[in-house]
Design a protein around this ligand. Structure first.
Ligand code: BEZ
Length: 395
């Protein structure tokens, strides 16, 4: 049987970041991925994510601030810009809040933490950023440190750094079929091909988390849904936008967000996405449809036609991605040890849900700190961020 210090189940960006950070600690690590690496089957599907510092919760903004040090560290190993700092524009109904945040609450946190931002009226937003016909009651802000994450370049650099360390084995197409945690410090992980042993285990399978947790008679309370994106061709060559997010409550399906044009994904097109379940909430990724719903695409086109300029009216390309969010909307990210009554509880860490693209590199460190330092809070840049903020209400 092959023996490792750490086994990571789930080879998406969080799993790769965990393995990379473990390699920096000199740990012999195995990553088991049920599909191929860099796949589009989970939460990391697609080419880009938004980076932002603004959060409605102070501890999340602190984590975002601290994550920048980890992005800078990783950037040294990539020839691509991992986070393009084009700024982040939030606008809409200032009183609304959602699992993505809320304008007023985020402004208050930015003031407390001295994060710079510029307040904008609906008229300013139309003038500066070429949106049109916004309700005059809308307000917003521009935060210059926000930006766009090159997701595939991020995964690639983590993958390559794992390989370059000489300490990490990366095994694709190895679905976990069994877990045995009965003996303290001797966790057994089986796949169809092999059995492995480790003293520490990280489970980073995103929306697939409960397929693994059922082997330990546990369930993480998450909602899973498919989100769709549409790419609209630019008709105005001078159109340039930061990353943006609009909070509105005209219908139940009312959140949209978008990205600037980037040279690494559909150059000449702008991505606009609907931030709501495409085909409703599902409980298992196998129930996903893969194709975007015509309703989402129609709402996307409607928003673009009503409120944007310099784009064609109908999208040319589409993509979808799986979203896993905590069932409890107060929880932004789910990251915890196994419950106390389980053997090896402090040797097994589970990360699953949340809008977490911007935390990829720091999450790898957080998971390692939990496994190797038995902590109750993270200390970054002098901010104390309690682990209980991310605790899982196990089912
Ligand atoms: C976020 O920044 O967390 C986010 C951005 C777009 C869609 C959903 C979430």
């Amino acid at each position: 049987m092959k023996n490792y210090d750490l086994i990571v189940i789930g080879g998406g960006p969080m799993g790769l970041a965990t393995a990379y950070q473990a390699s920096l600690r000199g740990k012999k690590t195995l990553v088991l991925e049920q599909f191929g690496f860099l796949n589009n089957q989970g939460s990391s599907a697609g080419a880009s994510r938004q980076f932002r510092l603004q959060y409605a919760e102070k501890y999340m903004a602190e984590l975002a601030l601290a994550s920048q040090d980890f992005w800078s560290q990783l950037q040294r190993y990539s020839q691509h810009t991992l986070v393009e700092r084009c700024g982040s524009l939030w606008f809409g109904d200032p009183k609304l809040s959602s699992q993505e945040g809320g304008i007023e609450a985020a402004e208050n946190v930015m003031k407390t933490l001295n994060i710079p931002f510029r307040k904008l009226s609906a008229a300013n937003i139309e003038k500066e950023f070429s949106f049109k016909d916004l309700p005059p009651t809308y307000t917003g802000f521009f935060q210059p440190d926000g930006g766009i994450i090159n997701l595939k370049a991020t995964e690639e650099v983590l993958y390559n750094q794992c390989l370059a360390s000489g300490l990490v084995d990366l095994f694709a197409w190895q679905k976990v079929t069994g877990l045995n945690n009965d003996v303290e410090n001797e966790i057994l992980v089986s796949t169809e091909c092999e059995e492995y042993q480790c003293s520490k285990l990280a489970i980073t399978t995103g929306p697939y988390v409960n397929n693994v947790m059922e082997k330990l008679d546990l369930k993480v309370p998450i909602d899973i849904w498919q989100m769709s994106s549409a790419y609209f061709k630019k008709t105005d060559p001078n159109l340039y936008l930061p990353t943006w997010f609009v909070f509105q409550e005209q219908q139940s399906t009312s959140l949209f967000y978008g990205f600037p044009e980037v040279d690494w994904s559909h150059p000449g097109y702008l991505r606009v996405a609907t931030d709501f379940p495409d085909h409703g909430i599902i409980k298992n990724p196998s129930q996903r449809s893969l194709a975007p719903s015509s309703k989402s695409l129609a709402l996307d086109s409607q928003w673009v036609n009503q409120h944007m300029q310099g784009l064609e009216a109908t999208p040319h390309f589409t993509s979808t991605c799986l979203i896993a969010l905590s069932e409890d909307p107060a929880k932004e990210l789910l990251l915890d040890y196994l419950p106390k009554e389980k053997t090896n509880n402090k040797n097994i860490v589970v990360y699953s849900a949340g809008w977490a693209g911007k935390f990829i590199p720091i999450l790898g460190d957080m998971i390692n700190q939990m496994l190797y330092e038995d902590i109750t809070e993270f200390n970054y840049r002098g901010y104390q961020i309690a682990l209980k903020n991310f605790s899982i209400n196990w089912k």
